[in-house]
Design a protein around this ligand. Sequence first.
Ligand SMILES: NC(=O)c1ccc[n+]([C@@H]2O[C@H](COP(=O)([O-])OP(=O)(O)OC[C@H]3O[C@@H](n4cnc5c(N)ncnc54)[C@H](O)[C@@H]3O)[C@@H](O)[C@H]2O)c1
Ligand SMILES: O=C(O)[C@H](O)[C@H](O)COP(=O)(O)O
Length: 383
Amino acid sequence: MKILVDENMPLARELFAGFGEVVARPGRGLAADDVRDADVLLVRSVTRVDEALLAGSRVRFVGTATIGTDHVDLDWLRAQGIAFASAPGCNAMSVVDYVASALLELADRHGFALAGKRAGIVGLGNVGSRLQRRLRAMGLDVLACDPPLADAGCTGLVDMDAIAGCDIVSFHTPLVRDGAHPSFHLGDAVFLARLKPGAILLNTSRGAVVDNVALLAALERRDDLHVVLDVWEGEPLVDRRLAARVALATPHIAGYSYDGKLRGTWMLYEALCAFLGQPPTMTLASLVPESARCVLDVARLAPRRALDLMRAAWRITDDDDAFRATLDADDDTRAAAFDRLRKQYPLRREFATVELVHDESLAARLPADERAMLRAQGFACVD
Ligand SMILES: NC(=O)c1ccc[n+]([C@@H]2O[C@H](COP(=O)([O-])OP(=O)(O)OC[C@H]3O[C@@H](n4cnc5c(N)ncnc54)[C@H](O)[C@@H]3O)[C@@H](O)[C@H]2O)c1
Ligand SMILES: O=C(O)[C@H](O)[C@H](O)COP(=O)(O)O
């Protein structure tokens, strides 16, 4: 059996070699010729999986190691009887770490407090629901808008009017272009014009959920908005005028924790085992190498705030700096840099897996509110 995998999938060889020959290729350029003699195709969001790619191939199983599935023609796969698996929730905590870090960086940069602010979450699924818990634990008041969930009977949700009135708005919907509740350009010119003075807008969902042309126009008109973008219309080629005007700009890496990526590959391993009727022979925990541990020496770091330890584990501004450093180049070079930054992304562990080493209680170092903030971020052994 031949298993074709995106090269940007950690431990794919270790997980899938037991099924047959594993061949790794760059995902963005995959063409029909590459997949023709494969039996299993495992992709990430940069590969468009449709009739043009798969017609006439041997592929019987397609997996995407991602939460989003908008790059896959699910109807066509179904009609062909090709089995499909995705990885719902695999990197949700990574996105939550990203949003929490972005908010704390902005609060630090501009000297405001987050506690007591009102956040509006658009899309209360795997990411949105975890983010709601995180932001509440950080002392924010959280509203959520999710019309499909409301249709299914879920209560306590608000509409986009209420979201527009929030201090912070964060998008977490799939990209849906039609049907009763499309999310394409949900953040359009009308919505953007209604944002409060000084509002913070974050998009980590899919670029086209926010109208990027309208967003640039809004940012050219008013300089009070703080925008954080991880996803962009036209990826991998990003509008550099827009990137220059946002507070934090990153190349679609919100979900790129090591944990999230490994969990994504692992979920495909489990799905392929089920498809082939074979019991899994490995465990997820056994796959994490010693070299991937994130151990922070508290005495050496001498943190005064939770943010100091969060930054020691992962600093979102490093990703912003690295991305901005690529933006002056010509279009082809910039687009290639977007993919390179993602392919060569440094090892980043989710806050919940970080190990704090200290020979005295953290209470002796950090005030109670900062320890509560660390706990809210998922850090273990804080007391
Ligand atoms: N930037 C990244 O690295 C990264 C990482 C993970 C996920 N994502 C993206 O984040 C998004 C959310 O992921 P998820 O796992 O939470 O998805 P999910 O499917 O679990 O949840 C999405 C939620 O959005 C709701 N929704 C759908 N249409 C809506 C609309 N028009 N208005 C409001 N709500 C709507 C759905 O009912 C659902 O509850 C997806 O687009 C995913 O691809 C990005
Ligand atoms: O949908 C997802 O899971 C995320 O957007 C994911 O982080 C995308 O990463 P990619 O597949 O592009 O490497």
